[in-house]
Design a binder for this molecule. Structure first.
Ligand code: HEC
Ligand code: HEC
Ligand code: HEC
Length: 279
């Protein structure tokens, strides 16, 4: 009996100590909203969508943190805030904020939300990107740009590529040319252009164009080295398209096969994927 009371007492004391420590930690974690208001709002605006003052900074205006909040990783925020951005009013904050305060500011920025507007994105896309990527995103411009309709990048990947470009290619960084809301809007527009492969359509195309020689997808044999090292399952749609159009297969299969559109090949690929995943 006395033992239990003692236990209960000890437990109560332990709980109090733990609760106290928890409280101390909560008090110790800096207030991100207040820090943001004091150190960032003058340029980035109280709600993150740039102040009047921030809009007129030279050589580059302050950027809209609201638009980017969900699409930049905390790592990237940390780097930019700690070290600043070269040749701009975005100076390194590591002399004014300690690492914990920077984390608190990032957490606060991460509460900002922004709804992309693909319609606005389309307008900017036509102005800036269509010249290389084509008005339909399929890049049939002869300039070597990528077909965006089959891109595998997710929203983060698209935004990353638009911001920083691809070094050594004509895809130059667009960071200073396009505002953050427009970058997100354009990415949302590109995403909406994506071709949605349809396995059922693929099954029909397979019956019509392939089944005369390959009874089912399981009957397709990869030739040459590919046959030793890979399987149909591991070929992506681009590799399949190359094999169909230019591979050993080309001279064996019917002319109609080489005339299939890329969309059709993506449908057939989707069918093959569904078929093999069921086996
Ligand atoms: C004196 C004005 C000013 C202050 C104060 C300021 N910034 Fe900036 N910030 C800028 C400017 C200007 C840029 C854009 C620089 C460029 O385009 O190269 C920028 C860019 C950024 C970016 C990059 C956004 C993107 O889309 O890549 C982040 C993140 C950022 N600031 C965070 C902060 C945070 C957090 C604070 C407060 C701790 C802060 N800034 C304080 C002016 C400021
Ligand atoms: C001067 C021509 C040119 C312009 C203008 C251009 N791009 Fe590109 N883009 C390219 C090239 C070339 C590549 C391929 C780079 C490579 O080899 O990785 C590319 C690649 C990309 C990719 C990567 C796609 C993937 O799946 O890997 C995206 C996304 C992209 N561009 C978006 C845009 C957007 C959005 C714009 C307009 C804001 C734009 N590009 C403007 C030439 C251009
Ligand atoms: C006229 C007959 C014929 C038709 C039609 C045909 N193929 Fe083939 N295909 C072949 C032959 C023969 C090979 C060589 C490998 C083998 O013997 O199975 C082959 C090989 C392949 C390969 C492997 C290519 C390589 O380089 O390893 C793929 C992938 C393939 N076919 C897919 C298809 C698809 C998808 C279709 C329909 C769009 C199709 N084939 C239509 C006869 C045909």
């Amino acid at each position: 009996m006395i033992g239990t009371v003692r236990h209960a007492l000890a437990l109560a004391v332990l709980c109090m100590i733990l609760a106290g420590a928890g409280l101390a930690r909560a008090e110790g974690f800096p207030n991100g909203k207040a820090l943001y208001g004091k150190n960032c709002a003058v340029c980035h605006g109280a709600d993150g969508s740039v102040s009047e003052y921030g809009k007129h900074l030279k050589p580059f205006p302050a950027r809209n943190l609201r638009a980017m909040a969900q699409w930049l990783d905390a790592d990237e925020f940390r780097r930019i805030i700690t070290y600043g951005l070269h040749n701009s009013e975005m100076t390194a904050k590591k002399y004014t904020l300690n690492p914990l305060e920077i984390e608190a500011v990032i957490r606060y920025i991460k509460t900002f939300t922004f709804r992309p507007k693909p319609g606005m994105g389309k307008k900017r896309y036509m102005q800036v990107c269509a010249v290389c990527h084509g008005r339909d995103g399929r890049a049939r411009t002869g300039l070597g740009a990528k077909n965006l309709v089959y891109s595998k990048l997710d929203m983060k990947g698209l935004i990353h590529t638009i911001r920083l470009g691809r070094p050594g290619t004509m895809m130059t960084p667009k960071f200073n040319q396009i505002s953050s809301p427009d970058i997100v809007n354009i990415a949302a527009y590109i995403y909406s252009l994506r071709y949605k492969a349809n396995g059922q359509r693929g099954a029909m195309l397979f019956r019509k164009n392939c089944a005369s020689c390959h009874t089912t997808p399981g009957h397709i044999r990869l030739t040459g080295n590919a046959g030793l090292q890979s399987t149909m399952n591991r070929l992506n749609a681009n590799q399949l398209e190359l094999r169909l159009r230019y591979g050993r297969h080309a001279h064996l299969a019917d002319k109609s096969v080489s005339k299939l559109s890329s969309d059709n090949i993506h449908d057939i690929m989707a069918y093959i994927r569904e078929w093999t995943s069921k086996k």
